[in-house]
Structure formats: structure tokens, C-alpha cells
Design a protein around this ligand. Sequence first.
Ligand code: ARG
Length: 383
Amino acid sequence: MCKLLFRLLFSLSIWFSFLAVPFAAAEDELPSGQLNASNVMLSSVTPKIIGGIDSSANEIPWQAYLNMTFPNGNGGQSTFVCGGVVISQDVVLTAAHCLRNGSDTVTTQNIKVWAGGVSLFSFSSFNAIDVSEFVIHPSYNSARFANDIAILKLATSLPSTAIPIKMTDSATQNRVDNAFDLGWVANSEREPNLLVSGWGATDPNNTSSGSTRLRQTVLSGVPDIACDAQWGSNMSPLDYPIFLCAGSVSPTLGRDSCFGDSGGPLVWQDPQASSDSDFGLRLVGLVSFGNGCAGILPGVYTEVANYQSWIEQEVGAAVNTQPTSIFASNPFTRDYSNAGEGLGSGGNVTPNSGDGDGGYIGGGGMLGLLVVGYWRRRIISIV
Ligand code: ARG
């Protein structure tokens, strides 16, 4: 379902065939042929985006950019783009849904990875990093977007401009949850306690509005219970450890991740480590899904702490114990004050408003989950 990845049009490019430029996005359940030469255009970057600002060079050095190419059934290929997160010089995390296109799973040789750059024009086939192996979480459930996480093991190391970020562990995640409880206010200003970044759509109504320059914004963590209530029983308390929700810092400012940002980083600053050389920046989530972008429902992210031991098992225990990274600047200190003006959801965030669900699926039983999956696909069009 929500394969909200961007497609690239390799065939039309002659000398740019090696450049990773996002052209348009689509859900994979849309009829094929949705994207073709006539409706694909180079993205234009508008100043009013989904509440973001341009990233400076080396500001988000843990951000990765991914291309996944799938045969399209007509003898050609479609390439989708996603974000990713550098957790060591040769390991990148992303969303599991980024590696699937309907029932197809990408092959290792059809994934390309870049990191350590800000402009997509600096990424070419000459500096793409290959993947030697990937692991999709064994419990990934594409109908519910549960366990939407995958590990990419790289064939060679990323350049030194790509710098790994530490993941939150479960003790830190408890403090994150507390911070969300304290920082979230339903219908007013909220604490800007999360940072999200990516090259994805900059206009919630235009899936081909990806940016060629990396963008970032600060969001506010939504407590699990509040997120659950807003989504209308699509989650259950059992899901709280795997999903994490983030919304705009104010109902009047439209801010969110969007199409093409999937798999990218959601970062929290640990106040107990803010004087460290990595400013205490911790990877708490991976962009997973939302109901459109920058609407009334919060974006939903994969909660990384829950997968730490699985990740360590897959790549070796060293990942989160490597020396503290040295980051050039702290992106939380940028001025975001007007980011997202004019794009706010325009109304109060009220539990269940506008989603038509009304909580008729209670309890989260198996039947409930199947209905939720169906309902999500048909009615809400999660992306
Ligand atoms: N699923 C999207 C992707 O594949 C990301 C959507 C995030 N949506 C949101 N409203 N936060 O790129």
C-alpha cells in the first residue's frame, strides 16, 4: 500500500542518467502508468513547504538517501527514493516499506545509498554506495505498517562526511516518553523536541514537490495515548512500544514529514548529554506513515529503541557503543519560527475529528487489525 516513494525516470536522462533526482511520487496501489514522461517534471522547491528550512552543509550528517529500482513489468524500471539513517560507517537503517513495491522485494544490487551530502546533484552513480545485504524486520506487517524497519549493510564504507548517530536505548526512550507527555498541548503551542529531515515532498498537495536540497524541521512528540485517540483506535496499547508519533509545534503551523521522507531520521536531543560532542542527539524514530501530510493526524514513526537488540544482533554489538560522534552544529538551534506558516491544519486537534473512524474497532484483536488494514487502505490512504 503506501509505497509513497518517489519515482525516478532514468530512461529519459541521457547524461543525467546517473543523477538521483526525484521526479514524482505515487502510491503503489495507484494504477500503473500513473507516472510517465508526460506527467513527470523536475521538482520545484517552494519556500513554504511542509514547514521546513534548508539544511546547511554537514548539519545532518546521519541523513542517508536511497534509490530502489524495481522492474515495472513493461520491460522498464521504476526507481523509488527514501531516506535512511547512518548508524555506523557501513550500516544504514531505513523503513521496511521502502524495500518493497507491492509484492516485490528489491534486490541488493538494485539499492543505491548516498550520505554525507545535502544537494541531490552531488549524488551520482560514481559515488553511490552498494548494499551487500539487507534485512527486513521479520515481523514487518505491510497492512499495518508495524515493525517498519530494515537494515542495510553496505559493501563499502560511507565517506567521512557521513557521520553516524546513536540510537535511543530503552531507558532513554522512557525519558523521551516523559518529555512527550510534558511537551504536548492539544490545541496550542507545543515543545519543539524532535527534528526530522529529508528530500521528500515540500507541498502536502503535490507529490512531485520533492526538494533537491535536504530540508529539516522541528516537531513535537505526541504521547502514545493522545496519538492513539487521534488516529481513532488504529493503534492499541500493544503498539505503543513500536510506534512513535510527532506533530506540528502549533496547530497554526503546518509541519510534517511527507512522501519520499520515509525511512529517514526523527531525532531527539537528550538533555543529559547536550554538552557532548554529538549534542546528545539520538535517533528515536524512522519516518513511516501518515494520513496525507500536515493534516490533523500526527505522523507515525517506527520507534527505534524497540529494535536495538535486533539491530545489534544483525550487525554486531558495536553499533551503539562506538565513540561519540562529533557534529559540526546542533540543528535544534536553527530559527524555525516561521516554518510552516499558512500550512497549519487550521483547526483544533480533537480526538477522532475528521477521520470517520469513531473507534468502532476496539481491542485490537486479529479481526480488528485486518479491518484496520483494509480501512486504512481504502479510506484514509496512508502515505
Ligand atoms: N510513507 C511515506 C514515504 O514512503 C512517508 C509518509 C510520512 N507521512 C507523514 N504524514 N508524516 O515516503
